[in-house]
Write a protein that binds this ligand. Sequence first.
Ligand SMILES: [Zn+2]
Length: 121
Amino acid sequence: MRKLINTAKNATEIKVSVKHMEGSSRYKSEDYRWESWKAFWSEYTNNKIPQQNYFCPSCNEYKDDIVGEHVIYNDKMYITPICSSCNSRAVKDIKFRNTPFEVAFNKLCQFNPDELKKRHG
Ligand SMILES: [Zn+2]
């Protein structure tokens, strides 16, 4: 049993390649009654809201200013915490936006706007 649990745990820590999502600014957390996307992420993943010294998977540095970013993995939308400078760079810099980065699968929270609207809108 323990072996099985460990296998499952390792599976969620596998890194996957994601891309910054284009045009995600149309999804405003307050429209879905969330104070921020990182608060949403925290609730659904059971992790603390990332604040200081969080490892940004996009620039691979420890940063203090963290936001919940929309990313694409396997053609689906997810939210994952990254630093605010990577987040704003992804809006302006197409080349940067299209450069995939690796993030642990258990740091991804699926984002389904239609379903969320039904639940909280
Ligand atoms: Zn960053």
